[in-house]
Design a protein around this ligand. Structure first.
Ligand code: G3P
Ligand code: CA
Length: 310
């Protein structure tokens, strides 16, 4: 847990901030939720600015730097294994092509998910990255166990039927929930509610993405309509999210223009929802959002963010 060097300029959360957690919470889970009141450094796909995203090298680096959360995207192989991978297809970050869900774990394990990074980032390239293997969630949990916290996205739920069940099974098998080790995030409210139905102790983060409406581009809308646009959002809208989630993860910019401001952040917080913003890589922007009172940032460069906190 990191404390800000500077005082947060807006109200922090109240004692009634976490209504979404079920009855069976543990001291470790309560501690995790209390720590969401402090600023969280969230390593987006690991230290993915320095090493190939979602690989062990990227997570090792972030873990070594003592980030608060390792962020990752969970998907299913065709034979039902939970794997750590962002895109719906394997084309961009491996030497294969096609939909990730069309491949068995054995086939996915045969891919090289590191060389693309060396080619795209010659300044950060390393022989160690070449030939990096796609990770399973089991492998990540076995490596860091309860010595890390994991911020896991149910990625593309429609393309990954059964993902929520498989994920919750893994979380339970590795005792991650009662030990306060995990947040589950999704853009899809239904996916979060499914996770909650499977285990109502799992702390959930509702992801949102605001962008200009096609009909009236002076007005912002939310991708899945989970809330109205930011200019129309009410306390009731935030409360509806706070009924099942312990926080909200949002974009800051669309096409270079801010889509949220300090009022949005404060209103979310006053309704019991800490605000985490993705994906912030420039120091100046990190500082701006910290001054606006955000509760955490997703970044590919956790080293830059860690320099701003103590
Ligand atoms: O999960 C927060 C952020 O990672 C959402 O965007 O596309 O990077 O998964 P994406
Ligand atoms: Ca993600």
């Amino acid at each position: 847990m990191k404390q800000l060097t500077k005082t947060l300029p807006v109200a922090l959360l109240t004692a009634a901030a976490f209504p979404a957690i079920g009855h069976a919470s543990t001291p470790a889970l309560e501690e995790q939720l209390a720590e969401l009141q402090h600023f969280q450094v969230i390593a987006h796909r690991g230290a993915s600015g320095h090493a190939p995203e979602s690989t062990m090298a990227a997570f090792e680096m972030a873990h070594e730097w003592d980030v608060d959360y390792l962020e990752l995207d969970a998907q299913l192989s065709s034979d039902g294994e939970v794997v750590v991978f962002h895109d719906d297809t394997i084309d961009r970050t491996s030497d294969g092509e096609g939909a990730i869900n069309d491949y068995t774990l054995e086939e996915l394990k045969a891919l090289d998910t590191g060389t693309w990074f060396n080619e795209a980032n010659p300044d950060s390239a390393s022989d160690d990255f070449a030939g990096a293997k796609m990770l399973t969630l089991d492998e990540l949990f076995e490596r860091f166990g309860h010595d890390a916290r994991y911020y896991i996205e149910t990625k593309s739920p429609q393309l990954n039927p059964g993902l929520e069940e498989a994920l919750v099974e893994k979380l339970e098998e590795h005792d991650m929930i009662e030990n306060g080790r995990v947040l589950v995030q999704s853009f899809e409210q239904d996916s979060l509610l499914k996770v909650q139905e499977l285990n109502d102790d799992v702390p959930l983060i509702q992801l949102v993405w605001y962008y200009p409406s096609e009909e009236d581009n002076s007005k912002l809308v939310e991708w899945t309509n989970v809330t109205p646009g930011t200019s129309e959002i009410t306390d009731e809208d935030f409360q509806a999210v706070a009924d099942y989630a312990v926080g909200i993860g949002t974009n800051y910019l669309y096409d270079g223009q801010p889509v949220i401001d300090a009022d949005f952040i404060q209103q979310a917080q006053e309704n019991g929802l800490p605000v985490h913003v993705y994906t912030i890589n420039e120091t100046e922007e990190m500082e701006r959002l910290m001054d606006m009172g955000v509760n955490g940032l997703f970044t590919n460069y956790p080293d830059r963010l860690l320099e701003l906190v103590e």
